[in-house]
Design a protein around this ligand. Structure first.
Ligand SMILES: *Cc1c(COP(=O)(O)O)cnc(C)c1O
Length: 394
């Protein structure tokens, strides 16, 4: 008889661009007994998930749910439902994920205008306005990524939403990395659609995507002339399961719904403001420490995300060796550069459960030590002193 393969995933400290470390209570919730996807007790749990998603996304939108699948499923649901063949779409492209939105909008048959920005800068409303005016006719949808995980940059959404509305368009915001980490103010921004994911600052495993659709966007989805070209993520169909009709559409990923329920409850128990302040403090301490060590942060100052820091790889240092040593010797995962930043920058996440003062100091000391082995004169002492001092501030 041959032995079955050993199953022994290591304990890692997840400080990359996602997934973040899941909260132990979230993992425990996933071990709760399965019940049917139409069991009245499960439907109650779904209703609570809806209500908590609204609270965490700061919206009153009736059409709020979680799509089955990772953050990308939320993106695909939003884009495929909101874009019909021939619709004009203007996307601010300042990183890998904004480009993915544009690719999806093209697959939906949209006439897409990509407005390029440096990978490390936010989406600029003036350039977006010029693109909207130059699109050749009425624009249906304006899209941008609130927290670009590929570059570590925050783009303020409210000015873009105002711009979109001034031109009769809808505003779509990707909040995959921002939700639960930095302020997301769905209704106050005027965003018409927002999607997120569970594996970044919500600290649940990857698996479902919170999504909210405002009244104007919902009207546009209802008024489509052609059915949306995804059946699985067709919001008209999905809504028949999430609302009082309770029709079978797919078998909900029960354990993931448990997980997101528990994760949202933990966010609300901590309090959104307290949680944002925690992410802010830890992120700024890490950034101050990296600079004190002698490293250069990549993202434009004033737009740096506290939840995801991009730092340039110094000359003469091996990207792969440093990340390998962090993982194999220190059990720490950080991310390499994506797209334009491949081999040029590291991405260090401090999201959800992973955003702790201990992880800030651990990342600085471990990275500093490995950089020294690589011949880079990292000032470890200044890094730790500076970060420790910043951690004592609010
Ligand atoms: C991670 C991420 C996604 C995609 O989420 P997956 O869970 O990997 O599918 C989309 N947008 C942004 C900004 C992200 O950070």
């Amino acid at each position: 008889m041959s032995a079955t393969p050993a199953f022994n995933p290591p304990h890692r400290i997840l400080m990359g661009p996602g997934p973040s470390g899941a909260h132990p209570q979230v993992l425990r919730a996933m071990g709760a007994p399965l019940i049917g996807h139409l069991d009245p007790d499960f439907l109650k749990i779904m209703d609570q998930v809806r209500a908590m998603c609204r609270q965490v996304m700061r919206t009153e939108n009736a059409h709020t749910l979680v799509t089955p699948g990772t953050g990308t499923s939320g993106m695909e649901a939003a884009v495929m439902n909101l874009v019909e063949p021939g619709n004009r779409v203007v996307v601010g492209i300042n990183g890998y994920f904004s480009d993915r939105i544009a690719q999806m909008a093209e697959r939906a048959g949209g006439e897409v205008t990509r407005v390029p920005f440096a990978w490390g800068s936010p989406v600029d409303p003036d350039a977006m306005e010029r693109a909207i005016r130059g699109a050749g006719g009425p624009v249906k949808l304006v899209a941008a990524v609130h927290a670009e995980t590929s570059t570590g940059v925050e783009t303020p959404i409210a000015p873009l939403a105002k711009l979109a509305h001034d031109h009769g368009a809808l505003m779509l915001a990707d909040c995959v990395t921002s939700l639960g980490g930095i302020p997301v103010e769905g209704d106050a921004w005027g965003a018409d659609a927002i999607y997120s994911g569970t594996q970044k600052c919500l600290s649940a495993p990857p698996g479902v995507a919170p999504l909210t659709i405002g009244p104007a966007a919902w009207d546009a989805i209802r008024a489509r002339e052609t059915p949306c070209n995804t059946w699985y993520l067709d919001l008209n169909l999905l809504e028949t399961y999430w609302d009082e009709r309770r029709s079978y559409h797919h078998t909900a990923p029960i354990s993931m719904i448990y997980a997101v329920h528990q994760a949202l409850a933990l966010v609300l128990e901590e309090g959104l403001e307290a949680r944002w302040a925690r992410h802010e403090r830890n992120g700024r301490a890490l950034q101050a420490g990296l600079e004190a060590m002698g490293l250069v942060l990549h993202a434009d100052e004033g737009y740096r995300l506290p939840v995801l820091t991009t730092v340039r790889i110094p000359e003469g240092v091996s990207d792969a060796e440093v990340r390998g040593a962090l993982l194999n010797r220190h059990n720490i995962e950080i991310g390499g550069g994506l797209g334009d930043l491949r081999g040029k920058a590291w991405r260090i996440g401090l999201m959800g459960e992973s955003s702790t003062p201990g992880n800030v100091l651990l990342a600085l000391s471990s990275l500093g030590k490995i950089l020294r082995e690589q011949g880079y004169r990292a000032d470890l002492r200044a890094a730790l002193d500076t970060a420790a001092a910043r951690l004592d501030q609010p």
